[in-house]
Design a protein around this ligand. Structure first.
Ligand code: UT7
Length: 326
């Protein structure tokens, strides 16, 4: 028996924050944002809602798409850097909202690479631990970590959730995953305050340390290199030619990063699925949302070879090689 994705779902909150809205908030312009990043607008989770609410909607859609009953779900794993709260896990909260009980549910985080790591964890649970079907959810409220006085980061981020039902399957779908990280780059992308090292205090709030900090231009170069390396690794070790890849689902951090990866890999940019203009960077949620849109738009069909590839805080980077089985 193999392991495969049998259903996908995604959910974007209704509220939009456009480049023109941001022009009224910080010293920026639609022209700068579009030419430097490719982003036109992003979605914002309404007040009073959190990552579990977005994740729940994406999960319900993935379960429906898989054509299964929700009680067939035997585990829930959730990739998020913006959980509802420190604890309990957002996975447990989604479990409660789905009305499921007595199955393992837990969060893990690999920042923007989270969903790709999640595919490998789910595959391990199914092929090594006897589970049959599980839910991988990636849900992010990046707006909650965003400093809307910092023009170098606030134009980039948005909120959303994506989910996939992963199942044992006659044909193997999750063929291989390359996962990597290097903690020596922790200070290039991080939120310094608010947890155990620097708990929230007047000082952390005053210094805006509860918001994301980023060294954009250094990350930019590492992103292109590490995403290209991840794709090359999964292709090489599975002896797959670039021409055999139907579609690449890249992390949506910057259109110029995606173009740089395409150029490096010598894979035509047309093979990359791009939706960054609508949503910006939603960390771990980017890949499953793009995957779901690509499937629903007919860009992915049964038998296609799909590459997912991401890069993010940690730093982490990763790629999946997937055969679409439905
Ligand atoms: O999720 C994965 C992790 N994140 C990433 O991978 C992000 C990677 N980095 C990037 O996408 C890009 O580096 C950014 C979009 C963040 C920045 O683009 P850049 O082309 O690297 O710009 P820069 O940081 O080199 O800044 C160029 C100029 C600066 O002005 P001066 O010093 O040349 O006068 C910035 O102050 O652009 C200025 N700038 C802005 N101007 C208008 C920075 N942000 C803005 C802004 N609007 N929003």
């Amino acid at each position: 028996m193999g392991v495969a994705i049998i259903g996908t779902g995604s959910y974007l909150p209704y509220l939009k924050l456009t480049n023109f809205d941001l022009e009224n908030m910080v010293d920026t312009s639609d022209e700068w944002i579009v030419t430097r990043t490719g982003i036109k607008e992003r979605r914002i989770c309404p007040k009073g809602k959190g990552a579990s609410d977005l994740g729940l909607e994406a999960s319900l859609m993935a379960i429906k798409d898989a054509g299964i009953k929700k009680d067939e779900i035997e585990f829930i794993i959730c990739a998020t850097i913006t959980p509802d709260m420190y604890f309990p896990s957002t996975a447990c909260i989604i479990q409660k909202k789905l009305g499921l009980e007595n199955i393992p549910s837990f969060d893990f985080q690999a920042a923007c690479s989270g969903f790709i790591y999640g595919m490998e964890i789910a595959k391990g649970l199914i092929s090594g631990c006897g589970y049959k079907k599980g839910l991988v959810v990636a849900t992010e409220c990046m707006s909650r970590l965003t400093d809307y006085t910092d023009r170098s980061t606030c134009v980039l981020l948005g909120d959303g959730a994506g989910a996939a039902v992963v199942s044992e399957n006659e044909e193997n779908g999750i063929i291989d995953s390359y996962l990597s990280s290097n903690g020596k780059y922790e200070n290039l992308l991080f939120t310094p305050g608010g947890v155990s090292l620097k708990p929230s205090s007047f000082e952390t709030i005053e210094k805006r340390e509860n918001f994301m900090k980023m060294e954009g231009s250094t990350l930019f170069k590492i992103a292109i290199y590490s995403m290209s390396e991840s794709v090359n690794k999964v292709l090489e070790r599975n002896k797959i030619k670039k021409e055999d890849i139907s579609i690449v689902i890249p992390h949506q951090a910057n259109l110029r990063i995606i173009a740089g990866v395409a150029k490096n890999l010598e894979i035509p940019i047309e093979k990359f699925f791009i939706n960054i203009e609508k949503y910006g960077n939603m960390s771990a949620a980017c890949i499953p949302i793009a995957l779901d849109e690509a499937v629903k738009n007919g860009r992915i069909k049964k038998g296609d070879l799909v590459i997912t590839v991401a890069f993010g805080a940690g730093l982490t980077w990763a790629a999946n090689l997937i055969r679409w089985v439905k």
